[in-house]
Design a protein around this ligand. Structure first.
Ligand code: UDP
Length: 245
């Protein structure tokens, strides 16, 4: 059984949530800093045109199938893939596990104040969770060495980076070698959801795999990015049925 699917040139691990958690557990026990990407269709489409982004995705230590578009494209090519593993679900599940295992977590990203709110909410629901620090996602590049230094002094095992995709993928890749953490995960807009600033789609949308539609309806400005979704579908179909064209 293959372990990874290739979607528009980007590799994605064929793991469900349990498989992802198992792999993350091993990473936390490891010795180097590992990068985790939660890959959705928009980013896979962008990466096909931006080779530096694709190289980052393909050198990541774990890439989860974040979104029905990736799951659909992988299945169309005959890969067996059980479920999506989204950034927000991974954040919840990882926080639960971190509380149990005593893994320390740092939250980086979103507007000033949001990471603090997200930390409070997480710690209220998981009293054992050690969030050792948090910071917002709007520091200048001159301020970045101080941010890295702060993270390193607090010695988290896991750094959740919520700068939005693909900014967070570039950020993690650029700073990975200076970070003394075990796992860095790009989690997009998850801190806004955890802080209660943005709502996740209602259960029905999630169940019908229409979360992307809910996001479009609630944030119409996303149309500029979401235009990549139909382009992604067309490209996947073209690659499958008209290869070489
Ligand atoms: N963000 C940030 N720094 C930036 C730009 C964006 O911290 O320079 C944050 C922004 O405040 C938001 C998140 O990144 O919390 C992006 O959310 P979005 O839902 O657009 O991300 P996606 O899940 O689509 O990657």
């Amino acid at each position: 059984m293959p372990e990874r699917a290739k979607v528009l040139g980007s590799y994605v691990d064929l793991l469900d949530m349990n498989g992802v958690m198992e792999k993350l557990g091993a990473m936390v026990e490891g010795h180097s800093t590992q990068q985790v990407v939660t890959l959705n269709a928009e980013i896979a489409y962008l990466a096909q045109r931006d080779h530096s982004l694709q190289a980052i995705i393909n050198s990541a230590d774990l890439v989860t199938p974040d979104g029905i578009g990736i799951v659909w494209a992988a299945r169309l090519q005959g890969y067996k893939i059980r479920q999506r593993v989204t950034g927000i679900e991974l954040t919840y599940r990882l926080s639960e596990e971190a509380a149990k295992q005593g893994w320390k977590v740092f939250l980086l990203g979103a507007l000033p104040g949001i990471a603090d709110q997200a930390a409070d909410c997480l710690q209220k629901s998981l009293p054992g969770l050690q969030i050792v620090g948090q910071d917002h996602g709007y520091h200048s590049s001159q301020e970045m060495p101080a941010v890295i230094e702060k993270i390193n002094q607090l010695q988290p095992d896991i750094l959740l980076v919520a700068l939005g995709a693909p900014r967070q993928e570039f950020w993690i890749h650029e700073h990975k070698n200076n970070l003394k953490v075990k796992v860095c995960i790009g989690i997009g807009g998850s801190l806004d959801v955890l802080a209660g600033e943005k709502k996740r789609a209602p259960e029905l949308f999630i169940r019908l795999n229409l979360e992307w539609l809910y996001r479009l309806l609630s944030e119409p400005a996303r149309i500029k990015r979401q235009v990549n979704l139909p382009l992604f579908v067309l490209q996947v179909l073209k690659n499958k049925y008209l290869p070489g064209k």
